[in-house]
Design a protein around this ligand. Structure first.
Ligand code: PXG
Length: 458
């Protein structure tokens, strides 16, 4: 068989994959002993095809990123034209390219007036690494070089580089690779998981006040910034109580510390506003973004910087000794501009807020009656289903049973991509998902729950 005819052959690809391809966040031994990988070969709209010919509804927009859906010719055309015109040039050493310049201006226009500077990177992790360096540089310029600590949250996710994973609160990552000095964590505002003995509003305040306690413990003079996702994504679509963010805002202001709203998942319309911070009344100083900026068609990330942080750096001068070969990559920036055109032209943010988001919420809520479901929640096109062994007591399944993985595998077999974050099933479909496709997602999720319940019964 020629190499070309092997291109979509499931078995041949699996043999090669098993021999050479090392997958991220994967138990490679278990993968080798299991049935191998599903090789995704093609996609259109909200649908995926694999090398065996099975189709799936992509309830996760890839990894929370393909917001405008697959098969958008104009994004491919934007990359193609830009690659012919100028495939690469850097933004170091007093040079720039038109797409990078336009995109910086366009992102500034989407944000409140105090955001006028955009630093480009290639991923969410790099955005957060950039922020870790920038906030320390900022405080040194402000004459407070001891303000170096960044406080994040348990079960927060900010990326996989050492600085980004240290900002995050994923303990398996810390256990394996260590936690850098200068990163601290407070509790997460996860009412279903950690606060059910209180009413949500009181719990939200309690979770926020953990920040005040931590700052007091560390000494405000040592704290640079607090980082949080408006809605935690990888942690399990954790939507904080309404009381949470206003209190976090107040505490950050009181101690003068910078507030970072990680919009890598929430940004560009996912929650029904252009950015998640708008909905929760968060007043950030720095905004890392990635994923939805190009709808995942090419890698790109950015850090939007408020005047407060940018001013001393620009006014006092001196080099911010940081950057990447591909910062502001022209093809990625051209795709981002075309992606923003689509979101605006098709009114996709309003669609998520007023049309498909509410429909998704209504349909998803019907799964709340299922015998192994403890809670269903959603915001915009982010949804979560909490798996429980007992609906009355909300007791979880025995961890050893791996209820989330069982449910996820059933979803995949049924043709639905739904992700498991521990015992929380999560959904983040593309913004173009139709009502019929939402119905199908909910129907398949329901079947997967039935099968999971049958598997784990007794
Ligand atoms: N911040 C947030 C809020 C994220 O969700 C990152 C930063 C890092 O972005 P990069 O582009 O470096 O991956 C993320 C990424 C999952 C999953 O399984 C989630 C992410 C990435 C990979 C897997 O839920 N989020």
């Amino acid at each position: 068989m020629s190499a070309l005819s092997n291109l979509h052959d499931h078995d041949a690809l699996n043999a090669l994959d098993g021999a050479h391809h090392w997958h991220p966040f994967t138990d490679t031994k278990a993968l080798g002993e299991g049935g191998g990988v599903r090789v995704i070969t093609r996609a259109d709209g909200v649908e995926l095809w694999d090398a065996k010919g099975q189709t799936y509804i992509d309830g996760m927009s890839g990894l929370w990123c393909v917001n405008v859906g697959y098969g958008r010719k104009e994004l491919a055309d934007a990359a193609y034209s830009q690659m012919l015109e100028l495939p690469y040039y850097n933004t170091f050493f007093k040079t720039a390219t038109p797409p990078a310049i336009h995109l910086a201006a366009r992102i500034s226009d989407l944000l409140p007036e105090r955001f006028n500077r955009v630093f480009f990177v290639n991923s969410g992790s790099e955005a957060n690494d950039t922020i870790a360096r920038l906030v320390r540089h900022y405080w040194a310029l402000e004459g407070e070089p001891d303000r170096r600590i960044i406080i994040g949250r348990e079960n927060g996710y900010h990326g996989s580089t050492l600085a980004a994973s240290s900002m995050g609160g994923m303990s398996p990552m810390h256990d394996q690779a260590g936690l850098l000095d200068g990163f601290e964590h407070i509790m997460q505002p996860y009412w279903f998981g950690e606060g059910r003995d209180m009413d949500p509003a009181a719990f939200g305040k309690k979770a926020a006040r953990a920040l005040d306690e931590k700052i007091t413990e560390l000494g405000a003079e040592n704290v640079a910034a607090f980082i949080g996702e408006p809605v935690q994504g990888a942690g399990g679509v954790i939507i904080p109580p309404e009381t949470y963010w206003p209190e976090i805002n107040r505490i950050c202001k009181k101690h003068g510390i910078l507030l970072i709203a990680d919009e890598v998942i929430c940004g560009f319309g996912r929650t029904g506003t252009w950015f998640g911070f708008e909905q929760f009344g968060i007043e950030p100083d720095l905004i890392p973004m990635a994923k939805g900026i190009t709808s995942g068609y090419l890698p790109l990330g950015a850090v939007a910087v408020s005047d407060r942080v940018a001013k001393p750096v620009f006014d006092k001068g001196g080099e911010f000794v940081h950057g990447f070969t591909y910062s502001g990559h022209p093809a990625a920036a051209a795709v981002a501009l075309a992606n923003l055109d689509i979101i605006e032209r098709e009114n996709l943010v309003a669609r998520v807020a007023d049309d498909i988001g509410p429909y998704f919420a209504e349909r998803l809520a019907t799964l709340g009656d299922h015998p192994i479901v403890g809670e269903v929640r959603s915001i915009g096109l982010l949804g979560a289903i909490e798996l429980v062994a007992d609906r009355k007591t909300l007791e979880r399944f025995d961890k050893k049973l791996g209820a989330g993985s069982v449910c996820r595998d059933h979803c995949m077999d049924l043709g639905l991509v739904m992700r498991a974050c521990g015992e929380t099933m999560v959904l983040a479909p593309p913004f173009i998902v139709s009502r019929g496709q939402v119905d199908e997602i909910v129907k398949l999720a329901g079947s997967a729950l039935d099968r999971t319940a049958a598997d784990l019964d007794g």
